[in-house]
Design a protein around this ligand. Structure first.
Ligand code: PCA
Length: 222
């Protein structure tokens, strides 16, 4: 297959005492659909190849593993998925902050407070995925979604900021970003793994388009 669209999709291991992390189920569902040629992205683009990566919930290490995988596979897109418990929409993260401030220890016991991720790095970096275009399609598919202004200051934000920092000198060809999903295993969850996988699929398909993101005014008031 000539010049495939390789897409790195990462999920996280469980953390904080939980038995599972729904980000893993979402990525597994995406891979299952890809194997059956059922992805919207496969219908809209030729040669989509998904490469799954499972990350530990550990500051620094998770980001290093993702950066290493990006160097190894030369993907077109790097999309990371994590759990945001207590939320009820698919959160398309717009901003990675150069900040570590952990409410709970990570899985290796680290609990940094008020530390930069990259010394003298920029205070914040923006996702380079086509989030607004994807948001429109996800919403049209009746999947509750939010353009989110912060991925927090825990390991997910660490991964988002670090991959954007890592890729910043590599030109616009490699886009990267982060998606938070709700606790899809919660008994009262209003979203399913299937819906979250469809949202990711649409984000992938939109982000493979070689055009700038939509410029519709969608910013949050707060
Ligand atoms: N969520 C955490 C880290 C791993 C995950 O799935 C976060 O939001 O930082």
């Amino acid at each position: 297959m000539a010049d495939p669209h390789r897409i790195l999709v990462s999920a996280f291991e469980p953390f904080g005492g939980a038995a599972q992390n729904p980000s893993q189920n979402v990525v597994q569902e995406l891979i299952r659909r890809a194997e059956r040629n059922q992805l919207i992205a496969q219908k809209e683009h030729r040669g989509v190849v998904l490469i799954p990566v499972l990350l530990p919930v550990e500051f620094t290490t998770a980001a290093q593993i993702l950066a290493h995988a990006a160097s190894e596979h030369s993907p077109r897109l790097v999309i990371s998925v994590g759990l945001a418990a207590g939320t009820d929409t698919i959160r398309l993260e717009r901003v990675g902050l150069n900040l570590r401030d952990a409410r709970i220890p990570d899985n290796a016991g680290a609990q940094p407070a008020d530390q930069p991720i990259v010394d003298s790095g920029k205070p914040a970096l923006f996702s380079t995925l086509r989030l607004k275009s994807a948001f429109k399609r996800i919403t049209e598919a009746n999947i509750p979604s939010t353009l989110s202004l912060s991925a927090g200051s825990y390991v997910c934000n660490d991964v988002l900021y670090s991959i954007l920092h890592h890729l910043r000198d590599q030109g616009p060809e490699i886009r990267a970003g982060f998606v938070h999903v709700p606790d899809l295993h919660a008994p009262d969850s209003t979203l399913t793994v299937g819906q979250a996988a469809t949202a990711l699929d649409l984000l992938i398909s939109e982000s493979l388009i070689f055009e700038p993101d939509a410029h519709t005014p969608l910013g949050n008031l707060h």
